[in-house]
Design a protein around this ligand. Structure first.
Ligand code: DGJ
Length: 746
């Protein structure tokens, strides 16, 4: 049993293999959060001193007995509003007669096997029958509001999921104003917030900051999780490193506007909340109706950031993403975007496809520009029929040609958008979001469709399903190239306009649910101008997401590092592109580009016709190598070998197979220096008792100024873990080395 109720202590404890999470029902029924940390037994209620703090109010029924009990100072399992806790609220509702807030008290709880599901939202599932669900119902009888707190415990995975179901149990309408998915109070400790910010072509830059006194608030108003902030953050002990120290992760399974707040209060207690963006949000519940929040995935590890990331990686691959590709081999692809942009015709595409096949690619992807009159990015979104000028005879002959080469065929679409210059817009101008009387803001010259409307989501579903039924398509790249503005829907009454942003995200999920269920054999890759929707909500449907429009391998190292604090390498779509790079102009060696891109969604995005014979031969070798390493690289544990704030001249990461029989060490020199310090790496995750054979040391010979002293080929695991490896100096532009370790037979 991973969930234990102690009736005498009035505690409910959730145990994973290495963590414990406890709540306690207070004297008046308020639900206190008494512990989350390393696995431990006991009643942790006594950790929290019931002490009189000036200006922190007491519940009326307790005030005569003690001034030491306050919602404002004790850790809450789900904070209310307007009832004595001045810290960040999690839930706030308003009745028709203007009573506003939430003061929630225990009604009942239930423990049951399996994993709860959410209405209309992606959520983790339970593939191995290991999850246990806790449902705790709290109520505010004055408002007629019931809050069902849902938890699922995945004991062996060290993961706890949380969500909230709010119900109107009153007689009149109830307006929800704030609905956080999760509230985590940590009364003790010295915490840093590690979060992931950025911009287009520079996503998920990790930033670690000490918690300030006050509120640190991140989020998105874009109706997309966004390039700018990611719905995932970590609170880690001030001294935590990649390999030691307490860390808490909070990941939202959501792809729309969100907020994540981290508050350090007057007593030094830290509260982390996350959920739907509350600014501009409201949701009306009629009597008897309920509302589900997105799910939050919580993980605690006592042994550093690498261990925390690994738990998320395994969990997302196995328990969140429903695509059969999540844990399967993916085809190596060649995408024509950076090879041709909009400028192509059938012959050019077939020439590229033939060359791609000769390089060893397995899937050819036709990117933007194949439909309507799309010769640049100013028209035709919505007109998902073939541009016959570029592709005479339509897609069939092209797909046939690609298939005859022995390649799979993939297609780009951006179905949530519409161009003003399109047949769709001329037929249904009201399907685009826009405030009546105001010209809507354009972004990349396009408008966004109103996915809160079922006729729009039905049309998107029919359009994409129609393509998939009509053509022999193996892969879809699903793009989304603007943030949403001008939120107004003629389909919603005035008092429900605050629901629109969330309804658009629910509309998207309804389409993805239908399409991925109907076409499980199609490999879907998410994309939003690169990584503008790189989140667990999208990963529930799509096994991989194009990580960034910046394909410069050196820039990608930080983007991919930031992405992989929470998301697995197998979710990262990454391609080798041309040098000089189209975004930065930087020149990098082909091997370095391939090493940076060797995640599971691996491919090429360049014109093979411009490659030399030597480069082509190298690419053939890279694809063969990727195939050899793919399985264990996809399923293995990722270790960052450098600390975030190291002053270093290289980036290095390692993948270790589950059995510890194999490992791959990758290193790219990011700042070649005169007279550099020795390049020394301590490896991680290996079996200290094993002996490992090292292969691949010769790969970096090209960068060595003089022949290196030969390294021994066999090391003990202990030597690699505790003493490490010192690599010879490498010179030139961005050299790299990849070392493959295999357990040596005795
Ligand atoms: C943005 C994507 O991220 C690119 O890879 C490419 O598909 C373009 N859109 C096409 O418009």
């Amino acid at each position: 049993m991973s969930i234990v109720y102690d009736a005498a202590a009035r505690t409910i404890t959730l145990n994973t293999r290495e963590s414990s999470y406890q709540m306690q029902i207070g004297p008046l029924g308020h639900l206190l959060h008494t512990y989350y940390g390393r696995r431990a037994e006991g009643n942790f209620g006594a950790l929290h001193l019931k002490k009189d703090v000036g200006f922190s109010p007491n519940p009326h029924a307790l005030a005569a007995v003690t001034r030491g009990w306050s919602l404002d100072t004790l850790p809450q399992e789900l904070s209310g509003a307007n009832s004595g806790d001045f810290r960040t609220p999690s839930v706030c509702a308003v009745t028709e007669d203007g009573r506003r807030g939430a003061e929630l008290r225990y009604v009942r709880h239930e423990i049951r096997p399996g994993k709860y599901a959410l209405n209309g939202l992606p959520a983790a599932f339970d593939p191995a029958g290991e999850a246990e669900t806790l449902s705790v119902t709290l109520a505010d009888e004055v408002l007629g509001l019931e809050a069902e707190l849902l938890y699922a415990v995945y004991e062996s995975r060290d993961l706890i999921t949380r969500a909230l179901r709010l119900r109107n149990t009153g007689k009149g309408a109830l307006r929800l104003e704030k609905t956080a998915s999760c509230c985590l109070d940590l009364p003790f400790g010295d915490w840093d917030l590690l979060h992931f910010h950025g911009r287009h072509a520079m996503e998920r830059q990790p930033e670690r900051l000490p918690m300030m006194n006050g509120v640190m608030r991140l989020g998105s108003r874009r109706v997309a999780s966004s390039h700018q902030h990611n719905p995932f953050a970590i609170l880690c002990n001030r001294h935590a490193t990649e390999d030691a120290g307490d860390c808490y992760g909070l990941m939202l399974v959501y792809s729309g506007s969100f907020e994540l707040e981290a508050e350090k209060d007057q007593m030094g207690s830290v509260r982390l909340t996350a959920g739907l963006l509350s600014e501009g949000f409201s949701w009306t519940l009629q009597p008897g109706e309920s509302f589900d929040t997105p799910e939050a995935l919580l993980c605690f590890r006592h042994d550093g950031l690498n261990a925390l990331s690994q738990r998320y990686h395994r969990f997302l691959r196995r328990c969140l993403c429903r695509s059969p590709f999540s844990t399967a081999e993916r085809p190596v692809l060649l995408n024509n975007w950076e090879a041709t942009y909009f400028n192509f015709d059938r012959d050019k595409i077939l020439t590229i496809a033939r060359e791609a096949r000769d390089l060893g690619a397995e899937l050819f992807v036709l990117d933007d520009g194949w439909f309507g009159r799309r010769n640049d990015d100013r028209s035709s979104l919505g007109d998902w029929f073939v541009n016959e000028e570029k592709l005479p005879g339509g897609l069939e002959p092209l797909i046939r040609g690609v298939k005859e080469l022995g390649l799979q065929f993939g297609l780009w679409v951006e179905p949530e958008m519409v161009s003003e210059d399109s047949e769709l817009y001329r037929a249904h101008p009201d399907w685009a979001l826009g405030v009546p009387g105001r010209e809507p803001a354009l972004s990349r010259s396009q408008l966004a469709l109103d996915l809160s409307r079922s006729e729009v989501t039905d049309w998107i579903y029919e359009t994409v399903a129609g393509l998939l039924r009509r053509y022999d398509i193996d892969y879809i790249k699903w793009d989304f190239n603007r943030s949403l503005t001008d939120l107004y829907s003629p389909a919603l009454p005035p008092e429900r306009q605050g629901e629109l942003a969330h309804r658009c995200t629910l509309g998207l999920y309804s389409v993805l649910e239908r399409l991925t269920a109907e076409f499980p054999h199609v490999l879907f890759e998410g994309c939003a101008g690169g990584g503008g929707r790189f989140d667990a909500g999208m990963l529930a449907y799509f096994p991989q997401i194009w990580c960034s429009d910046d394909t410069d391998p050196i820039e990608r190292l930080t983007i991919q590092r930031g992405s992989c604090y929470g998301y697995p390498l197998s979710a990262v779509g990454a391609h080798v592109s041309a040098s000089p790079n189209h975004q930065t102009g930087r020149r990098t060696p082909l091997d370095t580009r391939a090493m940076a891109a060797m995640a599971s969604g691996f491919g090429y995005e360049l014109d093979p016709g411009r490659l030399s014979e030597e480069e082509k031969e190298r690419i053939r070798g890279q694809i063969r190598r990727f195939r050899e390493l793919e399985d264990f690289a996809r399923e293995g544990d990722l270790y960052r070998l450098t600390e975030l704030d190291d002053k270093r001249d290289y980036e290095a990461w390692q993948i270790v197979s589950e059995t510890k029989d194999e490992s791959l060490v990758n290193l790219i020199v990011t700042h070649p220096r005169a007279n550099p310090r020795p390049l020394h790496l301590r490896l991680k995750g290996l079996d200290p008792a094993a002996r490992y054979r090292l292969e691949g040391l010769e790969t970096f010979a090209a960068y060595l100024p003089e022949p290196p002293e030969p390294l021994p080929e066999i090391f003990s695991g202990a030597a690699l873990l505790y003493a490490g490896l010192t690599l010879p100096r490498m010179m030139g532009d961005y050299p790299c080395v990849q070392i493959h370790l295999k357990r040596a037979e005795d």
